[in-house]
Design a protein around this ligand. Structure first.
Ligand code: SF4
Length: 213
């Protein structure tokens, strides 16, 4: 049985179907959601986004004081920190006059470096933004990807970028594939490969070593 990332992608896609991520009404909402989801569940993010709904435009959030913003996003946890992060991100976004097309013209590496220079934007958040806001094909290395690939039996590097490159080196450079792959990994970690895995009927059981700690 072939144990490749492409095989995993194909099996997950066939089993769960297209996920059509990111769950947001606008690209700006997606970007804010990517910051709010740091260290919390999506359920908490949804509550924060609901409170933020009347303000979910860059110019409106720009006008909010950091304290006001923090109170609105309170349900997402770490709200004071995240309010400052959103403000820093906005400052950067404003330097492009909030024009997505201008940002998308940058090459992936330059844009990634810019994002990583923003206060509070780490690799995972930067890559989620690159993938779902700026249309750059990239593999997002989150805790779910680490868990699933470890359990299957892949010998993965511990460093974020080495892990990412190892997967990318074996996959075609296609935006749609990376867009779906991250979403499918999240879905699989919620449905089958949970903290305590449900291996019965798992679409990956045919190739999985089931290395459960
Ligand atoms: S067989 Fe079990 S451990 Fe392996 S990927 Fe599926 S749910 Fe996870």
């Amino acid at each position: 049985m072939e144990r490749s990332y492409q095989f995993i992608y194909d099996r997950l896609f066939h089993y769960y179907g297209p996920q059509n991520w990111w769950p947001a009404e606008t690209v700006f909402e997606m970007m804010i959601g990517a910051i709010l989801v740091q260290n919390t569940s999506w359920r908490n993010v949804e509550k924060a986004l609901l409170a933020l709904k009347p303000y979910i435009r860059p110019e409106r959030i720009e006008r909010l004081a950091v304290d006001e913003l923090a109170q609105l996003i309170r349900p997402s946890g770490f709200f004071n920190i995240k309010a400052k992060r959103i403000k820093s991100f906005l400052q950067w976004f404003q330097s492009y006059h909030y024009e997505l097309d201008k940002i998308k013209k940058l090459d992936r590496q330059s844009l990634r470096e810019e994002l990583l220079n923003i206060h509070g934007i780490g690799r995972e958040t930067a890559d989620v933004l690159l993938l779902y806001a700026f249309d750059k094909p990239i593999f997002v290395v989150d805790a779910y990807a680490r868990r699933i690939l470890y359990r299957i039996g892949f010998d993965m590097p511990t460093s974020y970028d080495s892990f990412r490159r190892k997967v990318e080196n074996e996959l075609p450079n296609k935006l749609a594939l990376y867009n779906e792959f991250h979403a499918l990994i999240v879905e699989h970690a919620k449905e089958h490969c949970k903290a305590v895995p449900i291996c019965e009927d798992c679409p990956l059981t045919v190739i999985c070593d089931k290395r459960i700690e």
